[in-house]
Write a protein that binds this ligand. Sequence first.
Ligand code: TMP
Ligand code: ASP
Length: 237
Amino acid sequence: MKRLEKVYEGKAKILYATEDPDLMIQFFKDDASAFDGVKKGTIVDKGVINNQVSNRVYQYLEEKGIKTHLVEPVNDRETIVKKLDIIPVEVVLRNVAAGSLCKRLGVEEGREFDPPILEFFYKNDDLHDPLINDCHAVTFGWATQEELDTLRELGRKVNTLMMEFFKERKIRLVDFKLEFGRHKGEILLGDEISPDGCRLWHWDTGEKMDKDRFRFSMGSVEEKYREVYSLVCSDPG
Ligand code: TMP
Ligand code: ASP
């Protein structure tokens, strides 16, 4: 499938049109940003790693009955995906306290949640992706109540499946962010699932293997992304 004009460029990915109006090509860049674009940099080969990690996770989720935008990879950095009308509500699932939740609620990092915590954020960099509830999303027309109910149900299902997937690969799934979109009357999982949008701690050592290493200049960023790649993309024995 041929790549046509650029339709959208985000901080970490570019979307290109194809000859098929229902399909796009998603290109993964090495560009990294944090704190809503305030911190910028490059993580060498991040695009290659995130594309392949994300495809592996989506393939697994599809096998378990979750509908995603994944069609097929083009090469190491590019994947054909279904064109989505993205719902501007980010769905965050938290199994362990970390990140903004600790700051917002004064909770100590590392505390486990059972059941997991689900949060909605409004996808808007200028407003710094604020925490929202159903009333905001419905009143301002970002999603219908029925869609929010679906996002919640899918978010929890994906979390249960992903926790199992990562545990088998020696990774503790701390938290992550999902984006969904509309496609021909259905809601599909879109965007990506990679160390950019998940917190992943090594099951044995507790070492952080995700974008927090870049956010907080912890070093060994590329090395830890590569470790996630090998744990996720070589199947567990
Ligand atoms: P947070 O603790 O900063 O709210 O992030 C929760 C999870 O969501 C974490 O795994 C990182 C991910 N995330 C994104 O992928 N994009 C974002 O813009 C933000 C704020 C978080
Ligand atoms: N994804 C956001 C950014 O690129 C926030 C973050 O990941 O920290 O700025």
